[in-house]
Design a protein around this ligand. Sequence first.
Ligand code: NAD
Ligand code: UD1
Length: 338
Amino acid sequence: MKIKQNSQILVTGGLGYIGSHTVAELIATGYQVVIFDNLTNSHLGVLENLETISGQRPQLVIGDVTSSSEIDQVFQDYEIDAVIHFAGLKSVSESLAQPLKYFENNVTGTINLLKAMAANNVYRHIFSSSATVYGAHNEVPFKEEMSRGATNPYGRSKLMVEDILKDLSNDPNWEIIALRYFNPVGAHPSSLLGEEPKGIPNNLMPYLVQTASGRLKELQVFGNDYDTKDGTGVRDYIHVVDLAKAHVAVLSYMIKKPVNFEVFNVGTGHGISVLEMIDCFEKTNNIKVPFKIVERRPGDVGEAFADVAKIKDLVGWNATHSLEDMCKDAWNWEQKNK
Ligand code: NAD
Ligand code: UD1
C-alpha cells in the first residue's frame, strides 16, 4: 500500500496535548489531517492555533470513539490511509476511582476504532502506549522486550490494548506500531500549543511551572530516599515536539517498509532526577521554585528511563531537544497562558 497523493491521516484526540503537536508536525511534513476529538480534555481554540502555526486548518470531526457509528462515519466521509490514535483518558488517580470509565474509553473506544478501520480497509495504526506498561519490577533502562505489568486501571488499559493489537496483527493486513511514551513535557516554541491540565496537576512539570508562576504555593518533592543519584525520582523527560516528530518518523517508516506489529520506546534515554529538573528550570528561566521534600507518592517507582536503541536503529529517529529547551518552552507556555 502507498499513501495516495490526496490521502489523509486520521488523528484521534488530535486537539489534545500530544495530538495537537503531532498534527502540527504532520502538516509541516505535507500530510493532510482529519482530527477526531470529543473535546473532553481539549477545546476548539486549539484548532485556531493549529491554523496559525500551519497556515492551514485541519479538518475536524467532533465525535467520540466510544460511539461505533460516530467513528465509522469518519471512514465513510474521508479517504483515510492511516490512523494515529491518541484519544484516551490519562489520569492514574481518576482511573483508580472510576475504572470502568477508563476501560470503556481506552479499551472499548480502541476496539470500536479498529473495527471501523477494518470495515473500511484501513490497516495502518499508530497507538499511544506508555512507559507505565513496564510496571514496577524492571531494571532501567527499559527495553521493549522486557516483561510488562500494571499497577492501576489506566496502565492496565494500555496493556490490554497492546495485547489486542498484537493479537490483531495475526492478520497480515494490519500494520501496527505501539509507541511507549516516557514523560512528555514542554510546549510548542510558538507557545500556541501546550498542556492544559484541569485542576491541580499531578505531574511534575505542570506542577513546577504553576509553582514558579505563583499559582501554586510550593512544589512537593515526593521522596528523597530512592536508590537514585540524589535520592529523588528519576524519569526520562522528552520534549513534546520531539515526541510529535517520532510519530511522523514511524508513519514514514511504516509507509516505506511493511510493518506487521512493532513496539518502540520514545524517550531520550537519559534519566533526570526531580532535583535536577528543578535546578535546570531555575537556571534556564532565572526564577526560584519553592519546594520541600515530603513522603514518597504511593505507586511511584524510583527510576524509569528508556533504552532508545530500537527506534534509533530501525526508524532513525532520536530526540534533539535539551532539558533546557523543555524548561524554557514549558515556562513560556505558562506565562502566555496562565
Ligand atoms: P490529552 O488529554 O491532552 O489528549 C487526549 C485527547 O483525546 C483530548 O483532546 C480529548 O478530548 C480526546 N479524547 C479523549 N477521549 C476521547 C474519546 N472517547 N473520543 C474522542 N476523543 C477523546 O492527553 P495527551 O497527554 O495528549 O495523551 C494522548 C495519549 O497519549 C493518551 O492516550 C494518553 O494515555 C497517552 N499517553 C500520554 C502520556 C502523557 O504523559 N501525556 C504518557 C503516556 C501515554
Ligand atoms: C505519571 C503516572 C504514569 C504516567 C506518567 C506520564 C502516576 C503514579 N504515574 O508517572 O502512569 O504514564 O505520569 O503521564 O501518577 N513528582 C514530585 N512532585 C510532584 C509530581 C511529581 O516530586 O508534584 C515526582 C514523582 O515522584 C516522579 C517524578 O516527579 O519521581 C515524575 O512524576 P510524574 O510527572 O507524575 O510522572 P510519573 O511518575 O513518571
